[in-house]
Design a protein around this ligand. Sequence first.
Ligand code: ADP
Length: 160
Amino acid sequence: MRIAIYPGTFDPITNGHVDIIKRASTLFDKVIVAVTTNPSKTPLFSVDERVDMVARVISSIENIEVDSFTDLLVNYALRKKAVAIIRGLRAISDFEYEFQMALFNRKLSEELVTVFLMPNERYTYLNSKIVREVASFHGDVSCFVPKYVHQKLKDKFSTT
Ligand code: ADP
């Protein structure tokens, strides 16, 4: 069985992430969406909330699972017997960081291959940060996130 890990903060999961997950699901037998606590980011949603949102959104895709992890990505991926790490590439701005991470991870483990997937062009300018910012000012983000996530964002900012 060929397993891939799709790691990210998913704070919250957006339609861009979903696009990548669907593409990855056709390439691998199983894709694990792995929610991480990035120490350099202060997430809006807790790990449990982010895992719950991913779980709801991916429930209709058969070969996808959701999990969370705190250790080094490479160690986590090897523990899960994954052969690949999935990353989404939006614009040139993603490239430098992703290139560095991919080469670093290859140094840490030659067995793991990083696979870059491009979303539909309508999601190339979309990231979780802009969704959080617009939602915090009660702007309409309904075309950028799944319905369930939209409701969670509304709940989160309902008192502000
Ligand atoms: P963000 O940059 O939105 O905070 P994450 O840390 O959750 O994203 O990113 C997880 C992975 O998903 C990264 O590889 C990132 O490039 C990718 N990704 C995020 N948003 C999109 C999008 N709109 N289209 C394609 N890939 C995306």
